[in-house]
Design a protein. Structure first.
Length: 242
């Protein structure tokens, strides 16, 4: 079964819109865990627009029975946080600090990115942290993920989601299937995330070898109408078929 890691950034975004400390990110994470999710994901950004550094620490004290995944660009402050927390997995994302949201994966055809990531990945793995790299469905670039020593890749799935919405998913699906096959050939684990939702998730996970999906915006949006527990269970029901 493909595992579900729930990204709780949007809970923090709502909390940060006021100064009364609600909704609680920790409470939301606990509801997700009690509903059966396999992991909790956070993506702290330098401006703390949603998840704060303190949130990362607070969650680390309670996310003990499921996996803890911290995403972000490996700038020095991010690395300091990850070293302190020692999550199950660090997902490295090449997003600009001012980016609205993550919108592309690592270009590992660029030697400069290879050289930047090699020591970072080695540092994290020395601390027993599994390392995943956020990647576009580009088989040539995925070869670089093995070169830098990553354990997994996370396929950036917004292009798939857009193609699915337009009713022209075939070519995009093939691109992701080919990328996943390349990762399997290189003995890389495969995660996926970004704009996966209750409509498009079922087809995507027919791609063999998807170990984990990280879902935040869509799941929290569904929770407004379904309730958070029910939303998590709805996603788990789809994943149970994988």
């Amino acid at each position: 079964m493909t595992k579900l890691s729930v990204n709780v950034n949007k809970v923090a975004l709502l909390r940060n819109s006021r100064t009364i400390h609600m909704p609680s990110v920790q409470q939301a994470a606990q509801v997700c865990i009690d509903a059966g999710c396999h992991g909790i994901t956070v993506h702290p950004r330098p401006d703390e627009r949603h998840i704060t550094e303190q949130d990362v620490y607070d969650l680390s004290g309670m996310v003990t029975d499921v996996e803890y995944n911290i995403e972000g660009n490996p700038f020095p402050r991010f690395m300091d946080i990850v070293r302190k927390v020692k999550p199950t997995q660090a997902t490295l994302v090449p997003d600009d600090p001012n980016a609205f949201t993550s919108d592309h994966g690592w270009d590992l055809k660029d030697p400069a990115n290879i050289e930047r990531l090699k020591p970072v990945v080695a540092d994290l793995k020395d601390q027993g942290i599994r390392v995943s790299l956020f990647m576009d469905p580009d088989p040539e670039s995925i070869e670089g993920a093995r070169e830098v020593g990553a354990d997994r890749i996370e396929l950036y799935t917004e292009p798939y989601a857009q193609a699915y919405k337009s009713g022209q998913v075939g070519p995009a699906f093939k691109a992701y299937a080919d990328a996943a096959q390349k990762a399997r050939d290189l003995d890389l684990g495969i995660n996926a995330g970004h704009d996966l939702n209750l409509d498009n998730l079922g087809e995507f996970i027919t791609i063999p070898g998807i170990l984990e999906v990280s879902i935040g915006h869509a799941l929290i949006s569904d929770a407004l109408f379904m309730g958070l527990e029910n939303a998590v269970k709805a996603y788990l029901e789809i994943l149970a078929k994988s």
